[in-house]
Design a protein around this ligand. Structure first.
Ligand code: SF4
Length: 377
């Protein structure tokens, strides 16, 4: 199983919390679509013997592309790669781009999964985060999208300053009322180079609190599990058969090619990433050069990545696999480091698989970093 990720580096406006790569100027959008199609073609030799099972348009905001542009890029993938019969093809979309006409148009394309950036159904939260849509648009687009798409995911953010537990519960209930089968939910985090950080530093917004985020996370897990969702990754919940195939492939260490500015790729041995600059990306592709840097992963890098992704997912960390792939010194180290978390009931081992307990789930990233091996080689 392998996937193609396509990064569309444009957004209508900058959300205050975001540190992804995007430009709010659409001037180079057409040129970018052509360059992305060209990169798709340039990299076909990387997947000579692979079948593409997922195509994912992420960003940025891929829904700023016209349907013709999206179809053109999907056709570029089909022209250069062998694609499975029923690939999962996801479009990340924002509610302000999803008018009824647009949803109907998309439903006639090969896109078969929408990942909608709702974030909150409350006007004040959306304004605080500087989202481009409003609450009415969020609800309206879900109402229509659920009529035309069966496979829909929505994003919600918790731990927003001023968000009470009650308000968070209402957000979850509203999301559930649309009957969608997948929810991704993240705590609001303050990244250094963002407007949100500046607003907090200058006292205009109070900083999000960890304790509040932890309570919201507990509410989320309880509510979604009670409604038949499986908590298959720390931030992702899906009904049976609706886990994101694209993201599951990342977490299970499958190969993927990332196309477009700032996109990352993984071929099982090395990682590469494209330059995070639209003009330099365009120039390089126009000169027939791939604008990427490559890093060969060491055994320690691969061990650390497996610990992080394994602990975050329902599949856990297999101690047999640690020994088989990385050797007994890694297993001994892991066993030693795990002891204190076992004693504190933050992790458990079942059938030789290490997983966080419900109490440990919110602390997964911190636990994983304590299990990382720093200098073995
Ligand atoms: S729409 Fe998404 S990528 Fe664009 S600024 Fe907002 S959070 Fe970032």
């Amino acid at each position: 199983m392998s996937g193609i990720y396509i990064h569309i580096p444009f957004c209508k406006q900058a959300c205050h919390y975001c540190d992804f790569h995007f430009s709010t100027s659409m001037k180079k959008k057409e040129e970018m679509v052509l360059a992305i199609a060209k990169e798709i073609e340039m990299r076909k030799s990387e997947f000579k013997s692979e079948t593409v099972e997922t195509i994912y348009f992420g960003g940025g905001t891929p829904s700023v592309l016209t349907s013709e542009e999206i179809n053109f890029l999907i056709a570029a993938v089909y022209n250069s790669y062998s694609v499975s019969e029923n690939p999962e093809i996801t479009l990340e979309a924002n509610p302000d781009d999803l008018s009824s006409e647009r949803i109907i148009e998309l439903s006639k394309s090969k896109i078969n999964r929408l990942s909608i950036g709702i974030q909150s159904f409350f006007e004040d939260d959306l304004q605080l985060m500087n989202r481009a849509h409003n609450s009415a648009e969020a609800k309206k687009c879900l109402e229509v999208a659920t009529k035309y798409f069966d496979n829909i995911s929505l994003d919600l953010i918790y731990g927003i300053p001023g968000m009470s537990n009650e308000k968070w519960k209402q957000n979850i209930e509203t999301a559930l009322s649309f009957g969608i089968p997948h929810i991704s939910s993240y705590a609001l985090t303050v990244e250094p180079k963002t407007a949100l950080n500046k607003l907090i530093q200058t006292g205009k917004i109070v900083a999000p609190k960890d304790e509040v985020a932890q309570e919201h996370f507990a509410i989320l897990v309880e509510a979604l599990e009670a409604n038949g969702f499986i908590h298959y990754e720390l931030s992702n919940f899906g009904k049976e058969n609706y886990f994101s195939k694209n993201n599951s492939a990342y977490w299970l260490g499958k190969k993927y090619i990332g196309i477009g500015p700032s996109a990352h790729s993984y071929d099982g041995v090395s990682r590469s990433w494209n330059i995070s600059n639209n003009s330099l990306y365009l120039k390089s592709i126009q000169e027939n050069k791939l604008p990427n840097e490559i890093e060969i992963l060491s055994i320690t890098d691969r061990y650390n990545e497996y610990i992080m992704t394994g602990l975050r997912t329902i599949w856990g960390v297999s101690l047999d696999r640690i020994e088989r792939e990385f050797g007994s010194k890694y297993l001994e180290y892991l066993n030693k480091q795990t002891q204190k978390f076992l004693n504190d009931d933050l992790v458990f081992i079942e059938n030789n698989i290490l997983k966080p307990t419900p109490k440990g789930k919110f602390l997964t990233d911190g636990i994983a970093s304590d299990l990382f091996y720093l200098n073995l080689e």
